[in-house]
Write a protein that binds this ligand. Structure first.
Ligand SMILES: *Cc1c(COP(=O)(O)O)cnc(C)c1O
Length: 404
């Protein structure tokens, strides 16, 4: 793996070694069930879970009792949507979300449509932002929930969470945010931002896979949820099942370090991203940024390389681990629905690459990446008649490239 460069931190992150150290005892000598309150094994586990709950709550300005552990953000998103829908169906059957949400929101939203709910999917502009006036006018007296992500996982665009929270509060509608890509990267505060429910996942912030949480507001206003998982009444009855103690300990530790290092790390990631972006822009033409130029999480850069075939580009990058907006990596041949929502043409969507930089990325890796991408793109363009034509000034507008 020596010459491998990992630039896919938005897909998952390695466990921070400091986090792993804190987890290890809870696999072996401290293996107790956190629900076993009658002996020291259980009590030690319960104590560790309590510490983690507090560390997680601290990162988002919540109180420990408001943290409900789940198996990850997918489950947290499902619990938020399905749990609110069932609990408040008599109040109304309308939910508002957005076309660029993660599938963990879109799929339960579509499922609720089959159960008689009405869902509004807000559109976005070319940079991935919603129109707040459209949000306001979508709210009816039937609306029970607004669910809008804090930061998008493909393009990194950040929604104006505080403004959305204000609108939701004014109208007496609950506000859920899938903050999986934002937690630990940009400051979030559930009080200041009027967030009622918030999903997060440990493995996107240097914790282990398979553990996450849903923040559920307890006061002003109190949010009630119907459970999706029944049996045993753990987590205030909202999510039954024996707690994943080592995972939760790791999640807590990850949040502790994220809070401690958020500002400094944000600056570092922003710097590396700018270096990558500038380095590529200086040496390549026909390069298009997908997402918002500034209102974006610090480590993410999504670019389309015109006149290059996505699959060949990915293959050429070889030892550099990135994600593609084209289909070559996934089962379907559809271009990314997020890029489609930004009205990026299919050709440009197919040649898009998401670079996501993280805690362990070095300057040297960024430099090597620039070099490699430039070489591969130039090589592929040498074989492209369209690129040739564009360089000669032939109008290719009929091909409908978007961008500048
Ligand atoms: C990764 C991700 C999820 C899913 O999280 P898991 O913990 O892997 O289930 C949901 N939403 C967003 C925005 C994500 O980036």
């Amino acid at each position: 793996m020596d010459d491998q460069i990992y630039l896919d931190y938005s897909a998952t992150t390695p466990v921070d070694p400091r986090v792993l150290d804190e987890m290890l005892p809870f696999f072996t000598e401290a293996f107790g069930n956190a629900a076993s309150k009658s002996h020291s094994f259980g009590l030690r586990a319960e104590d560790a879970v309590a510490t983690a709950r507090q560390q997680i709550a601290d990162l988002i300005g919540a109180s420990a009792k408001e943290i409900i552990f789940t198996s990850g953000a997918t489950e947290a998103d499902n619990l938020a949507l399905l749990g609110i829908a069932e609990m408040y169906a008599e109040k109304g059957k309308h939910i508002i979300t957005c076309v660029t949400e993660h599938k963990a929101i879109l799929d339960p939203a579509h499922y609720l449509e089959t159960k008689g709910f009405n869902v509004t999917f807000l559109n976005v502009d070319k940079q991935g932002k919603i129109d707040l006036d459209e949000l306001r006018s979508a709210i009816t007296d039937q609306t029970i929930l607004i669910s809008l992500m804090a930061a998008n996982n493909e393009i990194g665009t950040v929604h104006p969470i505080k403004a959305i929270g204000e609108i939701a509060r004014e109208h007496g509608v609950f506000f859920h945010t899938d903050a999986t890509q934002a937690v630990g990267k940009i400051p979030l505060d559930v009080e200041e931002m009027n967030i009622d429910l918030l999903s997060m996942s440990a493995h996107k912030l240097y914790g282990p896979k398979g553990v996450g949480a849903l923040y559920v507001r307890r006061r002003r206003p109190r949010v009630r949820l119907a459970p999706v998982m029944h049996g045993g009444g753990h987590e205030r009855g909202m999510r039954s099942g024996t707690l994943n103690v080592p995972g939760i300990v790791g999640f807590g530790a990850a949040c502790h370090y994220a809070k401690l290092e958020l500002e400094e790390e944000g600056k570092k990631l922003q710097g590396l991203r700018e270096k990558l972006e500038k380095g590529l822009e200086e040496q390549l033409d026909y390069l298009y940024l997908n997402g918002h130029p500034t209102e974006r999480i610090p480590g993410l850069l999504n670019l389309s390389f015109a006149f290059v075939e996505g699959e060949s580009l990915m293959l050429g990058l070889g030892n550099i681990a990135v994600s593609s907006g084209s289909a070559c990596t996934s089962a379907s041949l559809e271009p990314s629905y997020v890029l489609r929502a930004l009205k990026v043409g299919d050709e440009l969507a197919h040649c898009s690459i998401r670079f996501s930089i993280g805690r362990f990325t070095t300057e040297k890796e960024v430099e090597q990446t620039i070099k490699k991408v430039v070489a591969v793109v130039n090589r592929l363009r040498e074989m492209s008649p369209l690129y040739e034509m564009a360089k000669e000034g032939i109008d290719l507008s009929s091909i409908n490239w978007t961008g500048h």
